[in-house]
Design a binder for this molecule. Structure first.
Ligand SMILES: Cc1ncc(COP(=O)(O)O)c(C=O)c1O
Length: 384
């Protein structure tokens, strides 16, 4: 019986993730036989490296894949520790590493372990919508910081200062949806501001490895108090494996362990094993990044002619965030029309920026070269 009387918790009263809704519409059209080009979701088109698949098949055939330790397999935690040493020259002891259900699972653990109901946590807008939505569901006050795209970095510190007191700050570099990256100096300035003001910095480094004109810096190189979150979903192209990690300060590990034991028991054993193999597949994965780089250039050339202007400088990740205000004041409507007329799925900006997102679009270029080129052809014809 559909009981209308029983309540639905108000904490679930958060915004949907519109990109996923666009994907659902696009998939429905595709299932009905339409020729759809997916530029809406940030999902690599290539899939996990070959060696990962082979080793996962072998593990499945061996049989036993049980629970692991709640914080992750010791071998997984060691492998992540070694990854920081070899890729960044940063020494992180394995007991600070936590295996998680993607970066998404890490957000939940990090927020639950670091913040109480009513705490104030700053996020940067436009930004990844789940930060805001998860924080809200947990009863944490979200404080949006909005540095204008043209303003210099010191503006961020100025805005943080205005909104102080804060208990936390979440940053992503490279960022979604803009692809912008902080320089090493900017990151270090932010970290020392957080340190002085006793603000917990959470650095989402999920797009590390996908960068075009500068190398990323990890927040772990500067301070023991930061939490770094990363995942196998993007550079490693393993979205559906739902495996990620977090590096947390020693002082937070017991809290995180209790939360993750009770929420998840343990992360997927198969995915942790596969992830260890993926860490050694950088040569193959770098060819994926080269492919995204070509797509990025093709779109950067085409989009301004179509009226999508003021592209944010996409130093990394695989998105272009563009201003469409010359074409519409309602990009949700524009994206729906585009999907219907020419089968090109693009995400409206409203996900990333509740204030100005209706004038922006986000295009993902994690697809194949042919997909991106065909999307450009269709968009040019559509524009007429
Ligand atoms: C900035 C950012 N963080 C986290 C996530 C979620 O990643 P995961 O698949 O590891 O949960 C995404 C996914 O698009 C993202 O863009």
């Amino acid at each position: 019986m559909d009981n209308q009387i029983l309540k639905v918790a108000t904490r679930s009263n958060i915004s949907p993730f519109f990109a996923m809704e666009v994907m659902r519409d696009a998939n429905e059209r595709q299932a009905a036989g339409e020729d759809i080009l997916h530029l809406e979701v940030g999902e690599p088109c290539f899939g996990a490296p070959k060696e990962v698949i082979t080793s996962a098949q072998h593990l499945l055939n061996q049989g036993h894949l049980g629970y692991t330790e709640a914080l992750g397999l010791p071998a997984f935690r060691q492998a992540i520790s070694a990854h920081y040493k070899s890729n960044y020259g940063v020494g992180i002891s394995a007991d600070r590493v936590v295996a998680t259900f993607g970066a998404s699972g890490a957000f939940l653990l990090a927020f639950l372990a670091s913040f109480d109901v009513g705490d104030r946590v700053a996020i940067i807008e436009p930004g990844y919508p789940a930060y805001r939505n998860i924080l809200q569901a947990l009863g944490i006050e979200v404080v949006p910081i909005r540095p204008a795209p043209s303003s210099k970095f010191h503006k961020v510190i100025e805005l943080l200062q205005q909104d102080y007191p804060l208990q936390g700050l979440i940053i992503a570099s490279p960022a979604n949806p803009t692809g912008t990256m902080l320089t090493a100096d900017e990151l270090s300035t932010l970290i020392s501001w957080c340190n002085t003001h006793q603000v917990r910095l959470i650095s989402d480094e999920i797009y590390h490895g996908i960068n075009y004109d500068r190398a990323p810096t990890t927040a772990l190189g500067y301070d023991e108090n930061v939490i770094v979150i990363n995942s196998f979903s993007k550079y490693y192209a393993m979205t559906g494996w739902r495996i990620g990690w977090m590096v947390a300060p020693h002082a937070l590990i017991p809290a995180i362990e209790k939360v993750t034991q009770n929420f998840f028991v343990s992360p997927s054993a198969l995915s942790q094993e596969a992830a260890i193999v993926a860490l050694g597949c950088r040569a193959e994965l770098d060819t994926y990044v080269q492919a995204y780089g070509k797509n990025r250039i093709a779109l950067m050339k085409t989009l301004p002619d179509l009226g999508f202007i003021n592209l944010h400088p996409a130093h990394g990740a695989f998105y272009l965030y563009a201003d469409a205000s010359n074409l519409t004041n309602d990009t949700t409507k524009l994206c729906k029309q585009m999907l219907k007329d020419i089968g090109v799925a693009i995400t409206p900006g409203i996900d990333f920026d509740p204030r100005d997102g209706h004038k922006h679009i986000r295009i993902s270029f994690a697809g194949r070269e042919q997909t991106i080129n065909e999307a450009c052809v269709r968009l040019k014809k559509w524009k007429g």
